[in-house]
Design a protein around this ligand. Structure first.
Ligand code: ADA
Length: 571
């Protein structure tokens, strides 16, 4: 599956497949690593996580991956990696060309030309937690930090002359098919550019001497046969730009999203958002999911009656977002974050990394109509004054890049959060009846409805009544197959009754704009003593287990969500 954008005039080497590898050890000094000493003695699949392979299961260390690429001599190269973790150094012909400390984030790397057609690509990947080296991912996160090359790898042979980067298409008016196209060039950026532009199969428009602002040329265009993109009718259009020898094909949807009467509205129609938080995870593949798993997950979400998915807690696989575009799903995409504290907010390198990967996420996903809101810093300490500067920087950087979508973040501090004014939508994570406030209460799930209503009342009392409230996490754990007449915690019965109460309240309460249940399926988490709170070292709050086997709650959620009229297209 080739994700958008496409580059039809380039020679693109798709490098997914079997790579040579060498495990370098658990405690190497990365600064002293001499790539010429690496003896590649094994082979693994890319995309893939080395620590899902039995030979390397559980390891925290360094794996070198190598691929030989045969590219035209003297051609400039562009290397694209859809996502990896946790840290990587990329070398071409023995020379370092990039380092990444941004897990799950799309990477694009300029590669210098060579007289030789044989190019050696080495990606050294390291999955050790190291706050200095990898500030964005830490051991305490409640999902496993795998090591590997999570997503596609490709090598583009670039044409001579100007090189196109993206054509970002933003909807100005749905019915008239009016769009703004921001064409971006890669370095070396021309000061002005002439190019041609085509919407769908319409006429080519010649743009002459367009002056560029920091590498971006902005033009207006019109979709001749405008069909809106919506959950019920996810019509997609294409935008083609030609400049010199290069050409890019982008896919987009004519769609607006806004806040309307306390709801999220798509093309002016309020939509109750009903769905799940979903990790990219599987016991055998980690986050390097085969395409079949993405399709199956989306078919299950559609069967459950979902129209909403929160991509927790990192930038999403572009294949998944392309499929969501085609299905009419609505997505809350967030950058990587999990429970950060004032010590992080006061760390300049952490803040810089957060802003960099958040803006990278927005740039990468900007043409997906499925993405309706951007988020960041899941469950950060947003009730502290220390958080203010970074939350504002993130919200401002998103809006500067993309004024067309909503901004939010998942707070666990709904009663004393200090940054809610920065949001368009208020997203609250809450677990009444699971992490019960009253440990003596014999029926913990009695806490659910009062807590949800108390959150809403508190927000209204503090002047946030006009912002839609979505419950961005709520759920209960259940061990697959554990049935219990007492309906105690961890039984499938308790989870089913819990989600029955949650879904009934969310579906009937017009003051709740939506829910992303926690979570779609079980996923591996801490492998340390912290796992004492996580039976099997898994987060077991999935409505399905990690192999996507439905628990008792599945049919209960399905009845509520489908009873709420969630239609939409199959994959
Ligand atoms: C938090 C967190 C989730 C998960 C959840 C839980 O809300 O955002 O990633 O850890 O709690 O299962 O407790």
């Amino acid at each position: 599956m080739t994700t958008y954008p496409h580059f039809p005039t380039r020679t693109v080497h798709r490098l997914n497949g079997i790579w040579d590898v060498c495990y370098l050890g658990d405690d190497i000094d990365l600064d002293a690593l001499d790539p010429t000493t690496i003896l590649f003695n094994d082979r693994l699949a890319v995309p893939g996580c080395f620590d899902t392979h039995p030979s390397y299961a559980g390891k925290r260390g360094t794996m070198a991956y190598r691929k030989i690429v045969h590219a035209a001599p003297r051609s400039r190269g562009l290397l694209t990696i859809g996502g990896l973790g946790l840290w990587a150094r990329v070398l071409v012909d023995g020379e370092p060309v990039h380092e990444s400390a941004m897990p799950y984030t799309d990477i694009t790397i300029d590669v210098p030309p060579s007289m030789s057609s044989r190019r050696e690509l080495v990606i050294v990947v390291d999955n050790r937690f190291d706050r200095e080296r990898v500030p964005l991912m830490e051991q305490f996160f409640d999902f496993y930090g795998y090591g590997g090359i999570y997503r596609h790898v490709a090598w583009h042979e670039l044409p001579g002359g100007p090189v196109l980067d993206r054509a970002e298409v933003l909807t100005d008016h749905v019915a008239r098919g009016a769009v703004t196209v921001r064409v971006r060039w890669r370095h070396p950026v021309p000061s002005k550019a002439s190019f041609e532009l085509q919407i769908d199969d319409g006429p080519w428009t010649q743009v002459t001497d367009c002056s560029l602002e920091s590498g971006v040329g902005t033009v207006k265009a019109t979709v001749a046969d405008p069909s809106p993109w919506s959950p019920d009718s996810p019509v997609l259009h294409t935008c083609r730009v030609r400049c010199g020898e290069d050409e890019i094909v982008e896919r987009f949807g004519l769609r607006t999203v806004c806040v309307q009467d306390g709801c999220v509205a798509v093309n002016g129609t309020p939509v109750k958002l009903l769905g799940y938080c979903r990790h990219e995870a599987h016991p055998q593949f980690g986050p390097a999911l085969p395409l079949q798993q993405l399709v199956q997950d989306l078919q299950l979400l559609r069967d459950l009656g979902c129209n909403f998915i929160r991509g927790s807690h990192y930038p999403q696989d572009q294949r998944f977002l392309d499929l969501c575009d085609e299905m009419g799903m609505l997505v809350f995409e967030e950058s990587l974050g999990w429970g950060q504290k004032p010590e992080h907010f006061n760390d300049p390198s952490f803040c810089e990394a957060q802003v960099a990967q958040t803006t990278s996420m927005v740039r990468k996903s900007i043409n997906h109509p499925t993405v309706i809101m951007w988020g960041f810093l899941n469950e950060g300490a947003s009730h502290t004054e220390d958080s203010r500067a970074l939350y504002r920087a993130l919200a401002d950087s998103i809006r500067a890049l993309d004024p067309s979508r909503l901004v939010t973040y998942a707070t666990m501090h709904p009663f004393d959060d200090v940054n809610l004014d920065l949001t368009d939508v208020i997203s609250v994570n809450t677990y009444p009846g699971w992490y019960a406030q009253d440990q003596q209460r014999t029926a913990p799930s009695d806490e659910i409805v009062p807590r949800l209503r108390a959150i809403r009342s508190s927000l209204k009392a503090r002047g946030f009544g006009d912002k839609p409230l979505i419950i961005s996490e709520i759920g209960a754990g259940a061990i697959y197959g554990w049935r219990d007449a007492l309906r105690a915690h961890w039984s499938e019965e308790y989870q089913r009754d819990y989600l029955d109460t949650v879904c009934a309240e969310v579906c009937r309460n017009t003051e709740i704009a939506g829910v992303a249940l926690w979570q779609f399926c079980d996923c591996r988490t801490y492998s340390s003593a912290m796992a004492l709170r996580r039976p099997r070292a898994y987060n077991n709050k999935g409505t399905l287990d990690e192999y996507r086997r439905p628990k008792l709650a599945y049919d209960t959620v399905r009845t509520h969500f489908r009873g709420n009229g969630q239609g939409g297209h199959a994959v």
